[in-house]
Design a protein around this ligand. Structure first.
Ligand code: GTQ
Length: 348
C-alpha cells in the first residue's frame, strides 16, 4: 500500500535523523527551501512612526531619567513584526534620541557605525574624535566605527534626532566592542568646522589621509549645504521616474558612500510627483524633513509627514508620492550589500 510505504520511509528517515542529532549533523533536504529561498521574503513589516505620537513620549522619558543615567536616552523604533528586536529593518537599528537642556550623553565608542538625522537641533552638539559640531535640523551627523562621541546641550531647549546604527550587522558577525570614556566629554583637539573646511570644499589635502578608515572624514553633512545642492539639481533636471531628485552623501576621498555599511541619500519630490514602483534588497528607513509623502509598500498605503519615520523592508514593491513638496532622508544597508555583492533592485 502506497501510504504504508510512505510512512515506512518517513519512519526510516526519522530514525536516521535521530541518529544524526547527537552527532551535531542534520539533513539539508529538510531545510533547503528555507535556506535558499527563490526570492527575499522579509520577516519585517512596513511601518510609519508618527513624530506627533513619539515626541510627547520622548519628553516623558526626559522627565523619567537623565541622559547620563540612560547613557543614551532613546525610544527604539521597533519593527511591529519583531517586538523586542530593537530593529527597524532586518539589519538596521533606529530610534528617536533626546538630550534635555544642560545634559550630557557621556563619551563612549563602539564598533557599530552611527548616523544622526537631526530633527530639533536647538544648538545641541555632538563631539566626534576631538571635534565638536553644532546640530541643525536636517544635518546628517556621522560617528564612524570606534570613534569617541558624546552629545550635549548647553542651550535651553531639548535636542532630538533620529539615530541609525548598523549594530545588527556588527552583532551578526560577533565583532562588536565598546569602551566608555574616563571623562564625560572629550578633550576637543580641533576647532568646530575643521573637518568640513579640510575635506568638504571639493578640494582635498595634497597628502591624502583618511582619519576614519573607510568612513568619510566629513562628519556633519549640514542641511545648509545639502538642501541647496539638491534644489539646484532639481531645478536643472527632470525627476528620475523611480527616485525623483536624489543626491547621495559621498566620501570625498573616494566618491563612495559616506559610511562603509550604511548608504545615505537625500530626496526631493515636487508636490504631486509619484515614483514608479521599485523594489530592492536593502532595508530602507526614511525620515521626512519637509512636506508629506504617501508610500505604497506591497499594496499597503502609509502617510508620513515632517519628522515621521518610515521603514521599508527588503524586496517590497514601493511607490512614493509627494502629497506636498517633499524632502526626505533615506538610510539603508545598501552600502554593505554592495560590498558583499548581494545588492539587487528591480524597477517597473
Ligand atoms: O548615540 O552613541 O540610539 O551608542 C544606540 C546606541 C545611540 C549613541 C543609540 C548608541 C547611541
Amino acid at each position: 500500500m502506497q501510504s504504508a510505504t510512505v510512512e515506512a520511509v518517513s519512519a526510516n528517515r526519522r530514525q536516521f535523523y535521530d541518529r544524526l542529532t547527537p552527532k551535531a549533523m542534520a539533513p539539508l533536504w529538510e531545510v533547503l527551501k528555507g535556506l535558499v529561498p527563490e526570492q527575499p521574503k522579509s520577516k519585517f513589516a512596513a511601518h510609519v512612526w508618527k513624530y506627533a505620537e513619539a515626541r510627547p513620549l520622548l519628553m516623558e522619558a526626559g522627565s523619567l531619567l537623565t541622559a547620563e543615567e540612560a547613557e543614551r536616552r532613546v525610544l527604539v523604533l521597533e519593527n511591529p513584526a519583531m517586538p523586542g528586536g530593537s530593529r527597524i529593518t532586518a539589519t538596521m537599528y533606529s530610534g528617536y534620541q533626546l538630550i534635555m537642556p544642560g545634559e550630557i550623553a557621556p563619551a563612549h565608542r563602539h564598533t557599530a557605525s552611527a548616523l544622526r538625522m537631526v530633527l530639533e537641533g536647538n544648538g545641541g552638539y555632538t563631539a566626534v574624535a576631538g571635534e565638536k559640531t553644532t546640530m541643525q535640523r536636517g544635518d546628517l551627523v556621522i560617528t564612524p566605527a570606534m570613534s569617541w562621541h558624546d552629545h550635549g546641550q548647553e542651550e535651553h531647549k531639548p535636542v532630538i534626532w533620529v539615530d541609525g546604527l548598523d549594530l545588527h550587522m556588527v552583532n551578526f558577525y560577533e565583532a562588536a566592542f565598546m569602551d566608555h570614556g574616563n571623562d564625560k566629554t572629550q578633550i576637543l583637539a580641533k576647532p568646530e568646522g575643521f573637518s568640513t573646511s579640510e575635506f568638504g570644499s571639493g578640494l582635498g589635502p595634497m597628502n591624502p589621509y583618511s582619519p576614519f578608515g573607510q568612513t568619510s572624514p566629513i562628519f556633519n553633512y549640514s542641511y545648509s549645504r545639502s538642501r541647496p545642492a539638491l534644489m539646484q539639481i532639481a531645478a536643472a533636471s527632470l525627476a528620475d521616474p523611480h527616485v525623483a531628485h536624489a543626491l547621495r552623501y559621498i566620501n570625498p576621498l573616494d566618491g563612495g558612500w559616506a559610511m562603509p555599511t550604511i548608504a545615505t541619500w537625500l530626496t526631493h519630490a515636487p508636490k504631486g510627483f509619484e515614483t514608479r514602483a521599485l523594489r530592492s534588497t536593502d532595508g530602507r528607513t526614511i525620515v521626512v524633513l519637509e512636506g508629506e509623502i504617501t508610500l505604497e509598500i506591497d499594496g499597503k498605503t502609509f502617510t508620513a509627514g515632517e519628522s515621521d519615520v518610515a521603514g521599508i523592508p527588503s524586496w517590497m514593491w514601493t511607490k512614493i508620492r509627494a502629497s506636498k513638496d517633499a524632502v526626505f532622508f533615506t538610510f539603508s544597508d545598501r552600502a554593505a550589500q554592495e560590498k558583499l555583492g548581494i545588492f539587487r533592485e528591480e524597477r517597473r
